[in-house]
Design a protein around this ligand. Structure first.
Ligand code: ADP
Ligand code: MG
Length: 695
């Protein structure tokens, strides 16, 4: 009863908070008094030890005390800054705000006119030799006595730090006793984690002796406790799903199948060690009657498709159906072509199902899926549409997994009773990231290229080298080979995009290479048009293919050994790596010329040099991740993935591993979680992702 009451305590029951302030706090995700207890300071001010301005160093989180010299607003071409100059008699520092509301400027002008004393805390940067702090926290040195280390809370428009501090303090003193630590004590001891209530108390009211740097960096033991709790809930969510999946039964598929072995025998090359290892992993998983959930990662061209095909053949031979789902029609059709070619020699029929398969043909395919007459299917999203029914789907392979969300994977799983899952990606991701995105999957990695594959020579050309580039293209064509010219399309509208691509193709056709046949491929074409163009290029009816990034995914033309990328700096690192993978497929020496635009800056140039300097997808992915951050890196946010408040799943890798280990201990096979812990998990994960028992 008591607990229930405190659980629901309203914000307005706290001192200093009226309806208006309460409404403003909503922006911080604070709805009830209890939410304030869990609202962590974003920084800490060390008021007892302000530093002398000349003593602060760039990159450090510092507090300085001084007198305001001026407050001014400056306008630059596209933005305004608010600049406040402060001196402590020893040096000068400029406080800067880049994006600011009227209210901030007004309140600074009112509270800190020139001549007043101010205490400013923030990270120190420097700009052409002058010290600066961007978006620092300000306070008057003499107000608010007590507590040398003071928390600074996230800003809500119109709510002062003083108001927020007072309210948090009140909320903490009334509600902290009702905060129970859901992590069992024994586990806390194992991972050296302080108690939750104690951690919250300390984060809101640190002692003067606490390490201010650690508090500001979020590495204090109390921060660790909050992060761990969140990561544990995340890992438990993944594990709960996994346990649901494991409780289902799929049909076991023997690895010792004739078709798979026959394929290996007739291949004109040997499988790599990595491919064999991956096959072994897959075989071991599929021999169980628990569905496999495995991620197969490997660089572009490392031969993932063959691994998938062998798994599909084994499934077929055991009497069940298997599908391979690709993200685009072009890619699905390419898979269909290569796989059909092999299967013709082996026996089983393969069917294609994409949006372009219509009418009678579609009916026939759907009927064969339902009757079980055909066992191998290749397709796109069309495979997961309603009305597609399989007789006994027992293996689902998803190619280029990062292009599909978790939920699409789930939809595919619903097409069978509990199919084995093999998802493939050419985006090799650092372990920290893979645990976030694929935490519920086991991972196999193909980390070597087929023998004889030569790395793509990568050159960086400037505008001045354009005629040299044209020369190389001509020579390549003269020697009977083909060339890709890739162009980034950044225009916003479809029309402009087409226009730009058309213009470029025309330019090549009429002015630069009037004697050559130039094809054009853009993302805006219908899949039929794309197909026709691709087919002509494959048959070498075009010598040059001018294209937008649509060639990025998996298209395979072994006779094309030169790729030119225009405005290479506009592409993501990893995208460039995938692009260049298109020409590294045969055993010929191949080349990728990165044309840098005239307006390139140093940073962009450095990025291009990373690409030119390494062929390891892992290294490039890692660099790309650092530069662009995880959201951009994947292109799209993964549907159904939870948000983190305290932890940074990409930086707190060690804690993430510990949390994973803890989750496995807390939820063994056949085990059950404490209901209160389950609640923590549900706060993070959507019900759909958590309970859908397939995928
Ligand atoms: P990805 O991993 O990018 O999907 P693919 O499976 O499409 O790569 O393989 C790329 C090319 O390499 C294909 O033409 C395939 O036949 C060939 N290949 C696959 N494995 C080997 C191998 N072990 N040795 C030589 N070539 C191989
Ligand atoms: Mg592939």
């Amino acid at each position: 009863m008591e607990a229930a009451k405190s659980e629901g305590m309203r914000l307005t029951e706290l001192p200093g908070i009226g309806e208006r302030t309460a409404a403003r706090l909503e922006a911080l995700g604070v709805h009830k008094a209890r939410d304030l207890v869990f609202l962590l300071p974003r920084a800490y001010q060390d008021r007892t030890n302000p530093q002398l301005i000349p003593a602060v160093t760039e990159g450090q989180f510092a507090t300085v005390s001084g007198q305001i010299m001026s407050v001014s607003e400056r306008r630059y071409r596209t933005r305004r800054t608010l600049e406040v100059m402060v001196t402590d008699g020893h040096g000068v520092i400029v406080l800067k705000w880049f994006r600011f509301g009227r209210w901030l400027k007004a309140s600074i002008e009112k509270r800190y006119p020139p001549g007043t004393q101010v205490l400013a805390s923030g990270r120190v940067t420097s700009f052409s030799g002058n010290l600066e702090m961007h978006h620092p926290d300000l306070s008057e040195p003499d107000t608010e006595k007590g507590g040398g280390v003071v928390p600074v809370y996230p800003l809500a428009e119109g709510v002062s730090q003083q108001t927020l501090r007072k309210a948090v303090r009140a909320a903490v003193s009334r509600l902290l006793s009702s905060v129970k630590d859901e992590i069992p004590e024994e586990m806390r001891r194992t991972y050296r984690l302080p108690d939750l209530a104690e951690s919250l108390a300390r984060l809101h009211e640190p002692l003067d002796t606490d390490d201010v740097q650690a508090l500001n960096l979020g590495t204090s033991p109390w921060h660790r406790r909050l992060k761990f709790g969140e990561l544990l809930a995340f890992q438990l969510g993944l594990l709960m799903r996994r346990r649901v999946l494991e409780s289902r039964t799929s049909y076991p598929v023997p690895s010792e199948a004739l078709l798979g072995r026959e394929l290996i025998r007739i291949l004109p090359f040997d499988l790599t060690r990595s491919q064999f290892n991956a096959l072994e992993d897959v075989g071991r998983d599929m021999e169980k009657n628990v569905p496999m959930h495995r991620l197969l990662q490997g660089d572009v061209g490392s031969g993932k498709t063959l691994v998938a095909l062998i798994a599909m053949l084994r499934t077929c031979e055991a009497g069940y159906q298997a599908v391979l789902m690709a993200p685009t029609e072009v890619l699905a059709e390419q898979h269909f072509r290569t796989i059909s070619k092999w299967c013709e020699k082996l026996g089983p029929t393969v069917a294609l199902l994409t949006g372009s398969v219509e009418g009678r043909q579609r009916k026939t395919v759907l009927a064969a899926a339902q009757s079980g007459e055909i066992k191998l299917f290749i397709g796109t999203h069309a495979l997961i549409q309603e009305g597609v029914v399989f007789r006994n789907l027992n293996l689902a392979v998803v190619d280029e997994q990062h292009r599909f969300g978790v939920l699409q994977r789930l939809a595919l799983g619903k097409k069978g009773s509990a199919p084995h899952f093999l998802v493939m990606t050419a985006t090799p991701i650092p372990r920290s990231l893979s645990m976030v995105i694929y935490g519920d999957l086991d991972i196999s990695t193909i980390d070597e290229m087929p023998a004889g594959r030569m790395p793509v020579e990568t050159l960086i050309f400037g505008e001045g080298d354009r005629s040299r580039m044209h020369l190389r293209v001509s020579r390549e064509v003269e020697s009977g080979r083909q060339v890709y010219i890739v162009y980034p399309l950044v225009e916003e509208t479809e029309k402009m995009e087409l226009l730009a691509a058309n213009e470029m193709a025309e330019n090549y056709r009429q002015k630069i290479f009037p004697h050559l046949k130039v094809g054009l491929l853009t993302g805006r074409m219908s899949s039929r048009e794309k197909d026709m163009v691709m087919e002509k290029f494959r048959r070498a009816e075009y010598q040059i293919l001018v294209s937008t990034t649509v060639v990025e995914v998996g298209v395979d033309v072994p006779n094309a050994n030169l790729m030119v990328v225009e405005h290479a700096e506009r592409f993501g690192l990893f995208q460039l790596h995938q692009l260049r993978g298109r020409v590294g497929r045969g055993t010929n020496r191949s080349t990728c010329i990165l044309m840098e635009g005239a307006a390139i800056n140093d940073e962009a140039r450095q990025r291009l040099q990373i690409i030119a300097g390494t062929h390891s997808g892992f290294e490039i992915a890692e660099a790309d991740l650092k530069i662009r951050g995880p959201g951009d890196f994947l292109g799209v946010r993964q549907a159904g993935m939870p948000e983190f408040r305290y932890a940074n799943p990409f930086r707190d890798g060690e804690l993430m591993s510990a949390a994973r280990e803890a989750a496995f201990r807390m939820l063994p096979v056949g085990g059950k979680l404490e209901p209160s812990m389950v609640e923590d998990v549900r706060r993070m994960w959507s019900e759909e992702v958590l309970t859908t028992a397939s995928g």
